[in-house]
Design a protein around this ligand. Sequence first.
Ligand SMILES: O=P(O)(O)OC[C@H]1O[C@](O)(COP(=O)(O)O)[C@@H](O)[C@@H]1O
Ligand SMILES: [Mg+2]
Ligand SMILES: [Mg+2]
Length: 321
Amino acid sequence: MANIGIDLNRFILEEERKYPEATGSLSIALTAIESAGKIIASHVRMAGLADILGKAGKTNIQGEEVQKLDELSNEILIKHLSDCGQFYALASEELDEPIYPPKGVDGKYVIAFDPLDGSSNIDVNVSIGTIFSIHRRITGTDEDFLQEGYKQVAAGYIIYGSSTMFVLTTGNGVNGFTLDPSVGMFLLSHPDMKIPEKGKIYSINEANAKKWIQPELINYIETLKEEGYTTRYIGSMVADVHRTLIKGGVFGYPADRKNQNGKLRLLYEASPMAFIIEQAGGKATDGNIDILQIKPTDIHQRTPVFLGSKKEINQLLEFIK
Ligand SMILES: O=P(O)(O)OC[C@H]1O[C@](O)(COP(=O)(O)O)[C@@H](O)[C@@H]1O
Ligand SMILES: [Mg+2]
Ligand SMILES: [Mg+2]
C-alpha cells in the first residue's frame, strides 16, 4: 500500500515503474491534467471575486446554457492537454467535435473530459468538479472515442469542494489525493479507496420520479426508505459519486420522459465514474448492462446511470429486470 502524504507526481512515477514497457507518456499526460486542475481550483476558490460567475451567453452541443466557468475550465484544459503532447485528440462535453492538437501528432492517447461538472451549482458555492477518461489511440480518428469503458487506460475526477481532491484509477485500484495549497501539491490522503459493500444513502433526483420511464424505480426507492436509508442529492455528479464512493449506497440518474436516454453523458461522466466505482469494488449499470460494456456510437450520447455498492445495485437490478 502506498504511503500517506506521497505527492501525486511521485505516486504516478512509482506506478509507472511497475511497467518495464512504460514510456512515461501516461505520466506526462496525468501531470498535465493535474496542472490544469490546480489552476481551475484557484479560479473556483475566488470565483465570486473575479467576473467568472454566471452565464457565458451561449448554448453548447448538449443544449445547455454555458456558464462562464464551464468555458474557462474548458480553455484551461484544452491548453494543458494540447501542450503536453501526449494526446492525439481531445473530446470535451463543451465542444461539438473532437480537436487534434498539433503537438499531439505522435500522442499515444485520446482523452474525453467534462471540464466543469455540476454547473448548476457554480453560482451557489456548492462542490463542482472536472471528470476525465483516457483511452489508447488505435485508429487515429474519432473512432478512438467510441471504445467500451472497460478499455480505459485511466480515469478520474478533481472535486472542488471544501478541499480539492484528485481521485484517480489506472486500473490498479483507486487513490485519492488532497491539494495542500500551502505547497501547491496533491498529497495522498485516501490510499486504495474501497466502496462499502452496502450503504445507508440513496442519491437520485426524486423530483423526476413521475416522469421516470421505469416506474419500478419508485418501488425500489420506497423499499430503501423502509430499510432506513436516508437521501442526499447535491446535483453535481462528481460530488454525489464522491460521497457514494466513501459512504456506499447508490447514485442514479434514470431515463425519463424528458431525458429518454438519461441526462448524463457516457464518455465524459458515466464511463469514467463507472471505472472508478468498479475499481473500488462497486457496480455501475444502465439498468440493463454494465456501463463499462456499452459500445458508444456517438461522442455525446447519454445513458441512464446507476452506480454504487454491490448490495444496492444488485437490489435495483432485481426491481427493474
Ligand atoms: O439538476 P438535475 O436534473 O438533477 O441534474 C444534475 C446532474 O446534471 C449535471 O450537472 C450535468 O453535468 P454538467 O454540469 O457537467 O452539465 C450533473 O453533474 C448532475 O448529476
Ligand atoms: Mg457533468
Ligand atoms: Mg460539465
